[in-house]
Ligand binder design. Structure first.
Ligand code: AHG
Ligand code: MN
Ligand code: MN
Ligand code: MN
Length: 330
């Protein structure tokens, strides 16, 4: 018998693993992801491809789907009574739950559409979310600056040949596949585990000349293969959507990296802590892997800004430990 998302969440509430507000919130994210999925799968037919003609707070040119997905996310979550506020890649400041809706006990941060450069080429994209307990009192941008270790749940939806919802509420990682005929998310993987070692890495190699010494040295050794100091032949992948890279790592292992580089020396990395690095690190650790800035666990960082960026090295535990060694050595 297949297990639907509603069955899974209801059982989790009955077993006191999560409360009903969290269950309602995860449910709402799953529900709204079907609306994003609908736009994504219809592409040009729905008139959602191309640029929006606006920039976000980080200076990126927004795609139509970045903006549309953000609107779908906000309206899919604000009414639930589960959130006190939300923050997104595509909104300069946080959004306090409007007064006509009940204030809930959680905060949610999200990347409504991850992998924007893949939209117009029909390649994998996704939605990422992170849930924490809301502090008491007025909700401001500062309320969201909670270390990733304190997330109560995190996950992503990947829109690709299959639409897959992956999440964790701190009791392992589960995956649900959307049955597009019935509209049900069905449990298709439980207890996801990442092997501690790997022979596959992912990094945007075109930035090699811009990296810092530790990353240059490490990747040079990866490329040296069996005859190099690491003694293994490594394979490489780059999908250009973090959701797809993390999904691959969860499915068959590997290491994914987006390091600092000197194209924008003032920024510590490209990926954003609050709605990319933290939720993905939570999933990776829940699956027995590791996630590091190169100098320590991402989940232990004290966030300083809503749209803060970080270097990211995540996946196979031993490989991430090796990256940290290179950071100590070079
Ligand atoms: P977003 O589309 O949400 O802005 O995120 C883009 C990120 C991430 O998904 C991916 O890992 C990376 O950018 C790809 O970067 P390159 O274009 O440098 O390959
Ligand atoms: Mn973006
Ligand atoms: Mn993203
Ligand atoms: Mn995005």
């Amino acid at each position: 018998m297949s297990i639907t998302l509603s069955q899974y969440l209801t059982t989790a509430v009955q077993n006191n693993l999560i409360d009903s507000e969290l269950s309602a919130l995860i449910s709402a994210v799953a529900q709204l992801s079907k609306d994003i999925n609908d736009k994504v799968t219809h592409g040009a037919l729905a008139g959602v491809l191309g640029m929006a003609g606006t920039d976000n707070v980080q200076g990126e040119h927004q795609k139509k789907l970045d903006v549309i997905s953000n609107e779908i996310f906000v309206s899919g979550v604000e009414w639930t009574g589960s959130v006190a506020g939300m923050a997104s890649e595509e909104m300069d400041d946080c959004l306090v739950t409007p007064s006509q809706f009940k204030r809930g006990k959680y905060l949610i941060t999200f990347d409504p559409l991850d992998g924007s450069s893949n939209i117009d080429i029909n390649a994998p994209i996704g939605t990422i979310f992170s849930i924490t307990k809301a502090p008491e009192g007025e909700i401001t941008n500062e309320s969201f600056l909670i270390p990733g270790r304190q997330q109560v749940a995190a996950g992503y939806v990947m829109y690709s040949p299959q639409t897959i919802l992956t999440f964790s509420f701190g009791k392992g990682v589960v995956m649900f596949t959307l049955n597009m005929n019935t509209g049900n998310y069905i449990l298709t993987k439980e207890n996801v585990q990442i092997p501690a070692t790997t022979e596959e890495f992912a990094i945007n190699m075109s930035n090699m000349r811009h990296w810092a010494a530790p990353v240059k040295e490490y990747v040079k050794d990866l490329l040296a293969g069996k005859d190099g100091p690491l003694g293994k032949n490594y394979n490489m992948r780059w999908v250009a959507a973090m959701v797809a890279e993390v999904h691959r790592v969860l499915c068959r292992g590997g290491i994914f990296m987006y390091p600092w580089d000197n194209r924008k020396p003032e920024q510590p990395g490209k990926l954003r802590l609050m709605y990319e690095a933290n939720p993905m690190s939570f999933l990776i650790e829940q699956a027995g892997g590791a996630a590091s800035t190169g100098k320590g666990a991402i989940l232990d960082l004290q966030p300083e800004k809503l749209h803060q960026r970080v270097p990211v090295f995540l996946g196979a535990k031993e490989e991430v430990a090796r990256v940290e060694e290179y950071h100590k050595k070079f």
